[in-house]
Design a protein around this ligand. Structure first.
Ligand code: DLL
Length: 432
């Protein structure tokens, strides 16, 4: 454990520390960020009204829209000149979200990323190949400085040029791979295509995150690469990677609750869900200087488990997010997340690990087509085999998800591979 003095606190000690830090954060944000003062004044709450952790429910939420309205620096508590670094979120629409860090924030961040890696059993003897993009995205630099702090040997490869990645993996013999799970899969496929014997690959551990992925995908990656694959979660608005991470028991990601306060709310009513139920994760930072964030609506759908873990940590565990509330697709009245389709698909032999959902408009109705890559012997087999495969996929989707979808089998390696976050849903509806 990297920081056992915090990681092993009991539940009551965590909550005591959280309350103390929450009160400080609310006062600090109220006094230093105009947007927060205005929001709190509007609901007639003063920082001293926060007397217990439950009182947080009295505070307004912060959303991506607040970042847009206050672009670029309006939510910062300090003058930008006093900051040590700026990053931005990988927004797909509109302007990116700008985030900033003081020296102390960067120190906290690297401690939390060191914790994240140690949680998965990474240590100072490890050689780490980082294939996250370096730049405004928080993945590259975030993991980099944390792993250096842990004492590991870091190779800052960055993303892209998969053949070169493989050459470096074979030559430099890293023991840990850091990237998105979809890129890990692409690396695994390329290793196979290049005819590399997996037993000659030095990798033992994968630290994968930055996008939703199913248990089935984990099994595929672990099987293809002969590694243990661990999930970790974070978002730029709150810090970047290092908000939560799996320990060796791979049974939920421990939220680093001495730095973040987590709530789960119903995304429609915004009221807390019952303990252990799925809902939207809402996070409040407890120690940030440059950009304190109160009740940020992450849009990520997950659930919390507050029981003590076999690793000894009492910090709550969040389940793998099944998706973002804004990625949920509604097909003929059934709500689904791409990861649920992924789970159903990957149960079927002959399905490759890549799929895409195309959303289109047909007259006034939404139409969804699922493109699934299948192995060569199925794709080039007789029509009858292909028909059987189609039926199998449709049946699996129907029984597991109650979903009726148009399915098309496509040739292996015909769908685009991602070097960063995968794009599972292609929404063409706005084009009509
Ligand atoms: O993706 C930070 C990060 C970098 C996390 C590297 C882990 C590793 P953003 O680009 O701001 O930051 O995107 C944040 O990505 O709200 C989730 O929707 C999604 N996400 C991140 N990690 C996971 C994960 C980084 N482990 C958004 N599982 C978040 C599911 C994830 N979704």
């Amino acid at each position: 454990m990297f920081q056992p003095e915090f990681e092993l606190l009991s539940r009551s000690q965590i909550e005591e520390l959280q309350l103390e830090r929450l009160q400080k954060t609310i006062t600090y944000a109220y006094e230093n960020v105009k947007a927060y003062k205005t929001k709190l004044d509007q609901v007639k709450i003063k920082p001293h009204d926060i007397k217990s952790l439950d009182d947080i429910a009295k505070l307004p939420f912060t959303t991506k829209e607040d970042f847009r309205q206050n672009y670029p620096y309006g939510l910062f508590a300090l003058n930008v000149k006093s900051l040590a670094r700026i990053h931005a979120s990988s927004g797909t629409t509109g302007k990116s979200t700008i985030v900033g860090y003081t020296k102390r924030d960067l120190d906290t961040w690297s401690n939390l990323v060191a914790r994240l890696a140690a949680c998965a059993g990474v240590g100072s003897d490890d050689i780490v190949h980082i294939a996250f993009g370096y730049g405004l995205f928080t993945g590259g630099f975030g993991l980099h400085y944390g792993l250096e702090k842990l004492g590991a040997t870091v190779i800052p490869v960055s993303s892209g040029n998969t053949k070169r990645q493989i050459q470096l993996i074979m030559d430099l013999k890293p023991t840990v791979l850091v990237c998105t799970p979809s890129y890990a899969l692409h690396i695994a496929e390329t290793l196979k295509k290049e005819g590399v014997d997996i037993n000659n690959v030095s990798l033992k551990i994968g630290l994968f995150g930055a996008e939703p992925w199913s248990e089935q995908l984990r099994k595929k990656i672990e099987g293809a690469m002969h590694i243990k694959a661990y999930d970790n979660y974070g978002l730029s608005e709150v810090m970047g990677p290092g908000v939560s991470a799996e320990c060796i028991y791979q049974n939920g990601m421990h939220i680093f609750e001495d730095h973040f306060y987590a709530e789960i709310v119903d995304p429609k009513t915004l009221l807390p869900v019952k303990d252990g139920e799925y809902g939207e994760l809402v996070l409040t930072t407890l120690t940030k200087e440059a950009l304190p964030i109160i009740r940020y609506r992450t849009r990520d759908i997950t659930k919390l488990n507050k029981s003590k873990c076999s690793c000894g940590r009492s910090m709550s565990r969040m389940s793998k997010p099944i998706g973002r509330s804004d990625d949920m697709i509604i097909i003929r009245g059934v709500n689904v997340f791409p990861t649920q389709i992924e789970e159903a698909l990957f149960n079927i032999e002959g399905v490759m690990s890549i799929y895409q959902i195309i959303l289109e408009k047909e007259e006034a109705l939404d139409k969804a087509t699922l493109l699934v890559e299948v192995t060569e012997n199925i794709f080039f087999d007789e029509m009858k085999q292909q028909r059987l495969m189609l039926e199998k996929i449709k049946h699996e989707l129907k029984t597991l998800l109650g979903l009726e979808l148009d399915v098309k089998l496509v040739e292996p390696y015909s769908l685009e591979r991602s070097e960063g976050k995968a794009k599972r849903v292609i929404d063409k509806r706005s084009l009509y």
